[in-house]
Design a protein around this ligand. Structure first.
Ligand code: ADP
Ligand code: MG
Length: 250
């Protein structure tokens, strides 16, 4: 008798999520799940609610109906510690959110020292290891303003990783980059995925989604229209809206 495969641990679970801005309902009952070590790419037209969904996942936005559980934190309960959530969930945005007035190394050591209370020496050691991972060891003592967009985004990723998050959320991390630096950022993200990081990635980089994602979710107008393995979504999309979107961008 063969043993059944182990049940995957669900790291992110969104159920019937609704979100309004005033009268405008931008999330209309979203269900989404990300298992441990899984990479899920979220695609869809501008304004479909992708960023809002990601922001609800670490409570940068409130929501008025539904449930979100992430890395063991139930965001539905009002007593959830937002600090604990943000410590466990790393987020990287389209605009490189690095501190411009701090050298790269200090960008990476600040939060671990303050929040995780680790010593400066240890924080620096960890920071250098992370810079190694993102290919920026030689930029440790440079200010972010001296770096290219792709390099700044790699700093932002390393900074998020310095908190040793259990999951990472990426919101169009390469959309603001010069084309020649997109690849280096996607490469870092791909390595991270291969190391087993749990990731949800909003992206227009269909090559990345195709190659790296375990699952692709297509969102339109506040709902998940369709989801499945990348091969299925890109080669045999079931819904007209998915087909229309893909025919425009592929
Ligand atoms: P996407 O990331 O897919 O482009 P968003 O989640 O940014 O979509 O936006 C979804 C909808 O919500 C859009 O119609 C947008 O105008 C609206 N929206 C987003 N943020 C706000 C906000 N803070 N206040 C009002 N409307 C917003
Ligand atoms: Mg967006």
């Amino acid at each position: 008798m063969s043993t059944p495969p182990p049940t995957p641990t669900v790291m992110i679970n969104v159920e019937d999520l609704h979100k309004k801005f005033g009268d405008l309902e931008v999330l209309k009952g979203i269900d989404a799940k990300v298992n441990e070590r899984e990479v899920v790419c979220l695609i869809g037209p501008s304004g479909s609610g992708k960023s809002t969904l990601l922001r609800c996942m670490n409570r940068l936005e409130d929501f008025h109906r539904g449930q979100v559980t992430i890395c063991g934190h139930d965001l539905t309960g009002s007593r959830t510690s937002l600090h604990a959530v943000r410590r466990d969930v790393g987020m990287v945005f389209q605009s490189f959110n690095v501190f411009p007035h701090m050298k790269v190394i200090d960008n990476l050591t600040l939060a671990p020292m303050k929040v995780l209370k680790i010593s400066r020496t240890e924080a620096k050691q960890r920071a250098m290891a992370l810079l190694e991972k993102v290919g920026l060891v030689d930029k440790a003592h440079v200010y972010p303003g001296k770096l290219s967009g792709g390099q700044q985004q790699r700093v932002a990723i390393a900074r998020a990783l310095a908190m040793e998050p259990k999951a990472m959320l990426f919101d169009e991390p390469t959309s603001a980059l010069d084309p020649e630096t997109v690849g280096e950022v996607l490469g870092v993200m791909q390595n991270l995925a291969e190391e087993g990081m749990t990731m949800m990635v909003v992206t227009h980089e269909m090559g990345f989604a195709r190659e790296v994602a375990d699952r692709v979710l297509f969102m339109d107008n506040g709902v998940v229209v369709e989801q499945g393995p990348p091969k299925q979504i890109f080669e045999q999309p079931q819904h007209e809206r998915t087909q229309a979107f893909l025919s425009k961008i592929l």
